[in-house]
Design a protein around this ligand. Structure first.
Ligand code: HEM
Ligand code: HEM
Length: 226
């Protein structure tokens, strides 16, 4: 084997991978509890808190995490994204180490949409006020109605983004023979030798996770809810 042969190289750290699969599971549970009568709506609220904490974790990790998880590592200007999209269409796009310039924008769009969904959930209430987020009782009724409306509409936007996300991942697999799912599971990708990537410690990830959980706990407790 020559020194230039591709070798399995770690590109995604464990916290980012746990974040991803936990997020996907929680979102499934959110639709299950709200739309398909899984468990009860109280679980929707509890899973919603967990989702919010996870999203806060990812936001902080985007600034303090490993190289491929930092926003500065994958958010590129619109020109780069456009050039990448053109290369992709003409089958000239090369491999990327982390998110590609177009994928970076889709990650931002998903995170923004998920945040809107989780934050509006805190103020959402059904008409009979039998199911509600912790802050719904603390703001004027018209605001509750407006934010509940946003919660209802945005869940469709989220579904579209998730549908596109999964379609693109499958498209890379079928159309470009590039398996993106494997690296999101085990963290490694077959790459030519390169300068080592920088990874943040697990201890830092645990600290960030504790901070995110604490912030959500404060948000819920200060509304006087369980
Ligand atoms: C509710 C469902 C899902 C949501 C909300 C979601 C969201 C996300 C987010 C936010 C990222 C960015 C990861 C990061 O940098 O932190 C991501 C990446 C990724 N997701 Fe998902 N995801 C979902 C389901 C799935 C499923 C079912 C698959 C597998 C078919 C998948 C495969 C991937 C892959 C391969 C990446 C890395 C893409 C790349 O290499 O740039 N996701 N997803
Ligand atoms: C990203 C996470 C979330 C997702 C994907 C999500 C999704 C949904 C969906 C699909 C519905 C049904 C809407 C409809 O029938 O059109 C719903 C309703 C609801 N959600 Fe969420 N939700 C999330 C977070 C939260 C959070 C954090 C809370 C509260 C802390 C919450 C509280 C509620 C309540 C009270 C309803 C019932 C509203 C009604 O019946 O009109 N949600 N959610």
């Amino acid at each position: 084997m020559s020194s230039q042969s591709p070798a399995p190289t770690k590109i995604w750290d464990l916290p980012t991978r746990i974040f991803h699969w936990l997020l996907a599971s929680l979102i499934l549970l959110q639709y299950g509890t709200a739309e398909w009568h899984w468990l009860t709506m109280q679980w929707h609220v509890w899973f919603g808190y967990a989702t919010l904490a996870l999203l806060l974790f990812r936001l902080i990790w985007g600034f303090a995490g490993s190289q491929t998880s930092r926003f500065s590592g994958f958010v590129r200007g619109p020109r780069r994204a456009w050039a990448y999209a053109r290369d992709l269409l003409s089958n000239k796009a090369g491999f990327n180490i982390g998110h590609n310039p177009l994928g970076g924008w889709s990650v931002l769009a998903m995170l923004a949409c998920l945040l809107v969904q989780a934050i509006t959930g805190l103020f959402t209430s059904n008409r009979r006020h039998t199911e509600f987020g912790p802050w719904a009782a603390h703001i004027p009724e018209p605001w509750v109605r407006g934010l509940t409306q946003v919660h209802h509409i945005n869940q469709n936007v989220l579904l579209i983004l998730i549908g596109l996300h999964i379609a693109v991942v499958l498209g890379y697999w079928i159309g470009k023979d590039e398996n993106l799912v494997g690296p999101m599971l085990h963290g490694r990708k077959l790459l030519a030798p390169m300068a080592p990537l920088r990874f943040a410690s697990l201890r830092r990830a645990l600290g960030v996770a504790a901070l995110a959980a604490f912030v959500v706990w404060v948000i819920v407790q200060s509304a006087g809810m369980k």
